[in-house]
Design a protein. Sequence first.
Length: 201
Amino acid sequence: MITTMRISPVMFLILCVFIYVCVCVCTAYCSIRVRQCSIQLYYASDTHSRMCIATNMFKYATSFPPIWITAAVTLGFYSSNDTIHWAISFAVINSLISLAWDLVMDWGLISFSPATGRISLRSRTYYPIWFYVLAVAGNMVLRFAWAINRLSYFGNMSPSQLILLTEALEVFRRFVWNFIRIEWEVINTKNKAAEVLADTL
């Protein structure tokens, strides 16, 4: 515990500043996205939009605790055994929400109708079915790549090797993610263009 460490007040201040800088750097992107979502939520006019925006904001907000807790444990402020389960819990929640957001909002593969309560799959696709199956399965696994250090198979790898591996897997996940994301944007753009054309006729 930090209370039992014999450090000077100056060193304690330096550690606090260091933690603050690390947290700011690691969570800058999520902080910006939370801010953007809060503005969108304020100006949203219907309930459905508010729910989607609030879910997206909660998704980004759940990424903060794992970073904060891990940084504090690494610097010796808290015991790993006492707090690591909280970091894992928030990381699991964030991964599950992010996975659901990918399937429903970013990829549009699954749609839900609040009026009828029905869940349906996207009917219009440009890629073969096997591509979506592999993409969804890979995205599901790689959303939990942060837990790779918990697997005994990777127990002999150094921290730097684990970081390199997880970052490489995240780059690959994003690479595949972009294909379906762009496809969904193309479909939405064509649908909107067709609606505009129909209104002008």
